[in-house]
Design a protein. Structure first.
Length: 338
């Protein structure tokens, strides 16, 4: 019995020793492969769509198209954004819907008012997600370089909104094609420059004086969509809203709102955090007598709290003149927009 116990211990000790020797001398099994992490810094760039700028009635519409294309090309060339081709034939009322369809994150639109050999350009950056104007600026431009500088300011604002510093954005390589126009044909900057020059009436070597800035009151005005009284088409409403903006911008620092609700009820939302503004809108009506059409425009101006500040009426044979008459009456009664 003691001999069996000793033999069993001997066999167990030998087995354990051999197992340890095998484990120490054997090659360890390869590690279980894991999925490689995704490369850092690869994410989707914010997408921007630029619309042709609205031009005051009677002015060459090519300038609005040229400015939109210059902005798109310059922003695309600077990098950090995906800039879609500039669409044509989209009404301002459909900008937001079209931008949604194009899967854009932001859209840029604006207005151009020719002033002598230059133009006043109002540029607005709108969030497609919320429909709110994130940034608005007014500048005097007279060349491609002037317009290009406005594109860089808009680009910086967009990058700031999405939380990216411009120092972290790599510019587009010089050999990367610039964005193309709607029909797929690339429009060179030089060609757009000739459009700008021809519209402004400039000639090579000519030197013209730049008009001095117009002194406007500190309180600005936000122009809301115009409504109809009676049988008024959507095109006439769009024209009335555009003319209201231009007329107001002559006297005050104006911008357009992307909010489409009732202006008086939505005044608080339209003004946002900047309460030093008024909200302007109007109602357009038309009447015909012996094949002659007369337009009536009722201008309403509200405070940011929705209180009615003023109501003026303008009548004329054109929408533009009817709107101008109402705005001139308001400007005479409220030179400080208050």
């Amino acid at each position: 019995m003691p001999e069996r116990s000793l033999l069993r211990r001997f066999l167990m000790t030998a087995l354990i020793s051999s197992s340890l020797a095998f484990a120490l001398g054997a090659t360890p099994p390869p590690p279980v492969p894991t999925a490689a992490p995704a490369p850092a810094g690869i994410d989707q760039l914010p997408t921007v769509i630029v619309y042709p700028f609205d031009v005051q009635t009677g002015s060459d519409p090519r300038i609005g198209i040229a400015i939109g294309q210059i902005l798109a090309q310059e922003m695309g060339a600077a990098g950090g954004l995906t800039v879609l081709p500039v669409p044509q034939g989209i009404k301002r009322a459909d900008f937001l819907t079209n931008a949604h369809t194009a899967h854009a994150d932001f859209y840029i639109s604006g207005y151009v008012t020719p002033v002598g050999d230059s133009a006043a350009v109002v540029e607005q950056v709108v969030s497609v997600d919320s429909g709110v104007i994130l940034f608005s600026q007014t500048a005097q431009v007279g060349s491609v370089a002037d317009v290009a500088s406005q594109s860089l300011l808009a680009r910086e604002q967009i990058l700031a909104v999405v939380g990216r510093g411009t120092e972290n954005v790599q510019p587009r390589p010089n050999n990367t094609p610039a964005p193309t126009s709607t029909n797929g044909a690339q429009v060179p900057i030089q060609g757009l420059g000739s459009i700008v020059s021809s519209v402004f009436g400039k000639h090579k070597g000519a030197h013209t004086a730049t008009p001095g800035p117009v002194v406007k009151p500190s309180r600005g005005v936000i122009v809301a969509p115009v409504t109809a009284s009676g049988a008024i088409g959507s095109t006439d409403l769009t024209n009335a809203a555009r003319e209201l903006f231009f007329a107001m911008n002559t006297h005050y620092n104006a911008q357009m709102t992307a909010v489409t609700g009732n202006p008086q009820q939505s005044a608080d939302t339209i003004c946002g955090s900047n309460r030093d503004n008024t909200v302007a809108t109007g109602t357009l009506a038309a009447s015909s007598d012996h094949h002659k059409t007369e337009y009536q425009f009722d201008l309403f101006v509200y405070t940011c709290f929705g209180a009615t500040l003023a109501h003026h009426t303008g009548k004329a044979s054109t929408i533009k003149n009817a709107v101008n008459a109402a705005v001139l009456a308001y400007a005479a009664a409220h030179p400080d927009n208050s």
